[in-house]
Design a binder for this molecule. Structure first.
Ligand SMILES: [Zn+2]
Length: 177
């Protein structure tokens, strides 16, 4: 990563949950409000809050035009139901930084984000690049009735109560190599 030292990193939920520590790298680093929201109650929140307070990690809301561009592309690629609003913000922020002449890199283990990043010509790096040893899993979760659905199922809303499902990440294990 030394050659990429001056490029801004955009951290998604998977990056922050799996133990990526913003204090460990020199790069300028960003995340988006919905990722912060998603992780607020988790175990990572102390590190997250510290990074934000010290200015090491900047929380930036992408402009609407870039979000719309991401939504259009997600529809076109057919990935829109696997992308959360937080994921879309991450991708939109990357587009925004690109349009400002920067060369952002999204740090993510999320296949849906990687897919869309590829099709939009946005660079990304999986967490193994940074020597992260933790693995995570995610599920689809109904916030109204609490039902849980396995990931990758082509379901957008809860079959029982019709509430839109949200993704929840949790750390699974420490996978040492
Ligand atoms: Zn439900």
């Amino acid at each position: 990563m030394t050659e990429n030292r001056y490029r801004p990193l955009i951290l998604d939920a998977s990056a922050l949950i799996t133990g990526f520590n913003p204090a460990d790298v020199e790069n300028e680093q960003y995340t988006v409000p919905l990722v912060e929201e998603e992780l607020k109650r988790g175990l990572t929140s102390v590190r997250l809050k510290t990074s934000i307070r010290t200015g090491k990690l900047k929380v930036k809301t992408p402009k609407k035009a870039f979000l719309e561009e991401v939504e259009r592309e997600a529809e076109r690629v057919g990935d829109s139901l696997l992308l959360s609003e937080a994921d879309k913000q991450v991708l939109a922020l990357a587009l925004e930084l690109k349009s400002a002449g920067e060369k952002p890199i999204i740090v993510t283990d999320d296949y849906s984000i990687q897919n869309l990043a590829r099709s939009m010509n946005i660079e990304f790096k999986p967490l193994t690049t940074f020597g992260i040893k933790f693995r995570y899993r995610w599920i689809l979760f109904c916030s109204a009735c609490g039902r849980i659905y396995p990931p990758r199922k082509k379901v957008r809303v809860c079959r029982v109560c019709g509430t839109p499902l949200i993704r929840k990440y949790f750390k699974k294990e420490c996978a040492r190599k």
